[in-house]
Ligand binder design. Structure first.
Ligand SMILES: [Zn+2]
Ligand SMILES: [Zn+2]
Length: 269
């Protein structure tokens, strides 16, 4: 049986614990494989990283440290990934950065719509006002447009927290959108993977990402999944882990995707 957590942030980005601390904790909690997914967040046009991003010049050190940490504990696989913020027009910048290192995989995230951060407490009020003014459907469409562009770019292996735009608890008027379906079809044709994330269970929406409808659709078109808790501290390494295992199984999944130098493998869980 495979127990994996494919979404962990260390102090290389905005996490609170070191790589080695997580590795030791993961071994204690019975994981077979974990993956670090440091944020990479750079707006095109400026080479300035956002405050929660890894420094581009540190990516090689980061990958090296992950490889070393893996050697320190027998029986635990440890992978190096990046959770990359997609901004419109950032394709060529990201191509350069992502093509020049030894990462196991990349995940794509939409955290920003324009100047507006989706899951930052600082923006919660502004978010609620914007949604009240334009309606959540319209807002969610903007989010999905960006996610669609990101998938289209072909730069990424995994879609992180597919519908995180719902994090403050807003619901769309239909529970399944045409745009979502098209994104998933495209992702499937590119051999991408969707993350099942327990982060939503710590957010006001209080549900995993993605919704059950979306996950069941993924299952029906055989898009592989990973599991992730989006850990930013040691205590989050197995946050609601059993819930997402159960959630994925009841949506029809019996295998999990893992990556080694961009090569995908499926293992039963
Ligand atoms: Zn994220
Ligand atoms: Zn994350």
């Amino acid at each position: 049986m495979t127990k994996i957590n494919y979404h962990i942030h260390s102090t290389y980005s905005d996490g609170r614990a070191s790589i080695l601390e997580y590795v030791e904790e993961a071994a204690r909690k019975g994981f077979n494989e974990i993956a670090f997914t440091e944020h990479l967040a750079i707006r095109p046009g400026s080479m300035k990283k956002l405050y929660y991003s890894i420094d581009v010049s540190k990516i090689d050190d980061y990958v090296k440290e992950v490889r070393e940490a893996e050697k320190s504990l027998k029986g635990l696989k440890v992978k190096a990934g990046l959770e990359v913020d997609y901004f419109p027009g950032s394709e060529s910048l990201l191509k350069d950065i992502l093509g020049s290192n030894d990462l196991d995989f990349t995940m794509v995230s939409i955290h920003w719509i324009g100047e507006f951060c989706l899951d930052c407490v600082k923006y919660k009020k502004a978010f609620q006002i914007a949604v009240r003014e334009e309606g959540f459907d319209k807002f969610y469409s903007k989010y999905l447009k960006l996610l669609g562009e990101a998938v289209e770019s072909g730069l990424f292996n995994v879609i992180a927290h597919f519908d995180i735009a719902r994090n403050w608890g807003f619901k769309t008027s239909n529970d399944f959108k045409m745009d979502e379906l098209m994104i998933l079809e495209k992702a499937s044709s590119l051999g991408m993977v969707v993350e099942v994330s327990s982060k939503g269970l710590r957010n006001p929406v209080n549900e995993p990402y993605p919704t059950r409808k979306i996950l069941e659709y993924c299952s029906s078109i055989k898009i592989p999944i990973t599991l992730g808790t989006d850990a930013h501290r040691l205590s989050e390494i197995d946050s609601n882990y059993d819930s997402i295992v159960e959630y994925a199984k009841t949506a029809g999944y019996s295998e999990l995707a893992t990556f080694d130098r961009r090569k995908l493998t499926l293992a039963p869980f």
